[in-house]
Write a protein of this length. Structure first.
Lengths: 246, 246
């Protein structure tokens, strides 16, 4: 069975996240329905990672085993886009070796988190940013972000316990904070992310920038782990999966 | 009665345009309902200009005569934003002299038109651009745009006849065309715009860029006027009212 790798973008607003759910409107389900409509057989789509309801993707990756090599990869891209709603687009696709796995072959991911600073949220930014109307201390935001860079046990920054025995150690390669007029952008790259990890990291950074959480406490959370969990989750609307590294 | 000037932004996707209509969901109606909810009396909102269904505004201007000076302008901004849907925001407001009129005092406007060039439209650009999947000749787009600059009779670039005896002469101060990756942006400033004029201008420019309309024909349309109407209207989704000049 030929294996097709897909690069997929979506507006997460209208979806109950990536991951397939019974009777739910998810991106994975929508992709699988489109594949079924095209080739008449069920095929499972494997994503590089789950994104929550409301989280966007500029370049999620996935793979799928197709029943036949009847179509070229370019034709698959066109056929899928002709079938999918306009809120999901296959940006490109190509046939890959059967050893390639969207999730297990991934060596890392980059997420972008967008924050709108200022009293009034422009209507065209609705559902696309975290709107923080009151001023925050930008230098503290940067300082708190720097604490995360490197190899740490992120157990305190995971929303669930994960499977027993699974490591919660991850490496953040880079964390960039930029500000342009009313918009702050945080870009985080690393070798892997636990469930809700980016949103818990951004939540902690913003609490630090509000003067409610010293950067030292974040460092302690990384040292102590599970026993000292981060509690403040940034909203899904500001989060974008922008790259999966292979 | 104190007169309040409002600067208003909206996502035009969900609205049947600016202008009040019976039983329609328009921006003007929504603003008037919000004012009624706040002060309990009906007040008419006068916009600087109408925008069609699907057209966006980063800074539409309007004025309204309020029943009393009970609230400060900052309080009006907050009260309106607390009442309006998040797809409409009052960016700022201030009290103005009773001689000020949002429409008649305006000395010009600037519109932005966004075009997405490339086979696949990113989901987050849906309803926000004109998607042109096939390549167009960018130099021809610029050349066609240049024809419009200056003082001309734009009768051929108006979707209705207007009132008898009303002038169709307008001056385009500036028309800027930029390209950044897959996005082309056209910014048009002038002393006034006829009904659907920007969309008819952009439509003609794109037809020129497709090689289907020589720039000389656009020049002829400006010379001959009404007798040689432009027929190609760019979609509403790409259009943004970005500034009203006073």
């Amino acid at each position: 069975m030929p294996r097709l790798k897909l690069v997929v973008a979506y507006d997460g607003t209208a979806f109950a996240g990536w991951q397939s759910q019974t009777h739910r409107n998810t991106v994975q389900d929508t992709l699988e329905r489109a594949l079924h409509d095209i080739c008449g057989t069920r095929a499972r789509v494997h994503g590089a990672g789950r994104t929550d309801a409301g989280v966007h993707a500029l370049a999620q990756c996935a793979h799928v085993d197709l029943p036949s090599r009847r179509l070229s990869s370019a034709s698959w891209t066109s056929a899928l886009n002709a079938t999918l709603p306009a809120t999901i687009r296959v940006l490109r696709s190509r046939f890959v070796s059967p050893e390639f796995h969207a999730r297990f072959s991934a060596t890392g991911k980059t997420y972008r988190y967008r924050i709108w600073l200022g009293p009034i949220l422009p209507p065209l930014e609705l559902n696309r940013v975290w709107h923080i109307p009151k001023p925050i201390d930008f230098e503290r935001l940067i300082a708190a972000g720097a604490v995360f860079v490197g190899k740490h046990d992120f157990a305190a920054f995971a929303a669930n316990r994960g499977k027993k025995g699974e490591s919660t150690v991850r490496t953040i390669w880079e964390l960039k904070v930029r500000k342009k007029k009313s918009e702050a952008t945080i870009e985080i790259s690393g070798d892997g992310f636990l469930y809700k990890m980016v949103r818990l990291m951004v939540g902690a950074m913003v609490q630090a920038a509000r003067g409610k959480l010293p950067a030292e406490e974040i460092a302690e959370q990384l040292r102590i782990g599970r026993a000292k969990r981060a509690r403040y989750v940034a909203p899904a609307s500001g989060l974008y999966l922008i790259k999966v590294w292979y």
